[in-house]
Design a protein around this ligand. Structure first.
Ligand code: NAD
Ligand code: UDP
Ligand code: UDP
Length: 319
């Protein structure tokens, strides 16, 4: 039996790769996106595929379709984009979750939520374990994203307890790779684009804050494994790469790998910017039998090649 799978946010960075992987596996895909941060270009090579359908729709509004599984990824993910219209960001997470959970309830479909390490805020427990409740400012400029995602998790667990819905919650840590939006302001895309153009590399603060970067193929594999776990596995489960780097070390690595002559410049650290982040992936190792396989250098090589090509041949993509 072919599985019918809905991927919301399917024209985005992670969504478009997830869709490709599921199509390769033989599933039938309904990709729903409002093209806020995603683009038709990310999936245009799939248009015409007999098992692929693309639908423009905002998940803040009800959706009546027939599917067996739902991956809920719709939500802008980079600080620049989610802070552009913060009210819409919270609505996307909260109303989007309610609508997708309502859909899953009517269909008795399995549903996975793309949650985030941001639910831990600026963490005082390090590395972050799933039992840690986090340290989140409820009224700051990141709150629209952090609290929206926290509320979405609440809704997932209440639909599970109240309506016995089959839910799966993954908390995704910083993930990078080809098809990241070149202007979305995330650190990996910013540094690579700046280095390739010979522009100054913008380090926020002193660059001593840390992140742990996961290559997108590893992440997608974890998401699919999570969806396929037995019904009693709900998560939340951390998915990400536990290798932690300072932002400064990342900048130096990108300069070395691109052979760039860019200089490092220092800009103010944005409000509430977490100082450290590293996933504890013991649960993912045990339950998903998964751990990341692609080291930063190898992932960066592919990502640099992607942006290099984009900068050379597709100026329109950067507009
Ligand atoms: P992205 O911005 O490329 O993808 C998000 C997609 O959702 C875009 O295609 C966008 O157009 C779509 N979207 C936004 N609002 C929508 C709405 N109201 N209705 C329908 N579609 C909407 O970002 P991404 O990195 O691919 O992130 C995908 C998911 O993974 C997000 O939910 C994000 O919060 C989560 N996540 C990503 C990371 C990461 O490092 N990439 C980390 C943690 C969590
Ligand atoms: N919903 C949807 N598609 C469906 C079923 C429900 O988009 O196939 C939406 C519906 O608009 C509702 C929300 O999901 O507002 C939550 O549904 P639920 O059944 O949990 O709540 P109720 O309809 O009772 O408010
Ligand atoms: N950052 C930076 N320069 C940039 C973009 C980001 O120093 O041009 C820093 C940012 O302040 C944060 C880290 O890099 O400490 C990761 O930022 P990103 O927006 O990629 O992800 P998030 O903060 O959501 O983890």
């Amino acid at each position: 039996m072919v599985r019918r799978i809905l991927v919301t946010g399917g024209a985005g960075f992670l969504g478009s790769h997830l869709v490709e992987r599921l199509l390769e596996r033989g599933d039938e895909i309904l990709c729903v996106d409002n093209f806020f941060t995603g683009t038709r270009r990310n999936v245009e090579h799939l248009i015409g595929h007999p098992r692929f359908e693309l639908m423009r729709h905002d998940v803040c509004f009800p959706l009546y379709v027939e599917v067996d599984e739902i991956y809920n990824l719709a939500c802008p993910a980079s600080p620049i984009h989610y802070q552009h219209d913060p009210v819409q960001t919270t609505k996307t997470s909260v109303h989007g979750a309610i609508n997708m959970l309502g859909l899953a309830k009517r269909l008795r479909a399995k549903i996975l939520q793309a949650s985030t390490s941001e639910v831990y805020g600026d963490p005082v427990v390090h590395p972050q374990v799933e039992d840690y409740w986090g340290n989140v400012n409820p009224i700051g400029i990141r709150s629209c994203y952090d609290e929206g995602k926290r509320c979405a998790e609440t809704l997932f667990f209440d639909y599970h307890r109240q309506h016995r819905l089959r839910i799966k919650v993954v908390r995704i840590f910083n993930t990078y790779g080809p098809r990241m939006h070149p202007n979305d302001g995330r650190v990996v895309s910013n540094f690579i684009v700046q280095a390739l153009r010979g522009e100054d590399i913008t380090i926020f603060g002193e660059g001593l804050q840390t992140r742990s970067f996961c290559y997108r193929d590893d992440l997608i594999e974890a998401m699919i494994r999570m969806m396929d776990t037995p019904d009693d596995v709900t998560g939340p489960i951390n998915v990400g790469n536990p290798n932690e780097f300072t932002i400064r070390a990342l900048a130096e690595l990108v300069i070395e790998m691109t052979g760039s002559r860019s200089r490092l410049i220092f800009k103010p650290l944005p409000q509430d910017d977490p100082m450290q982040r590293q996933p504890d992936i013991a649960r993912a190792r045990e339950i998903l039998r998964w751990e990341p396989a692609i080291p930063l250098r190898e992932g960066l090589e592919k990502t640099i090649a992607y942006f290099d090509e984009l900068l050379k041949h597709d100026a329109a993509a950067l507009a």
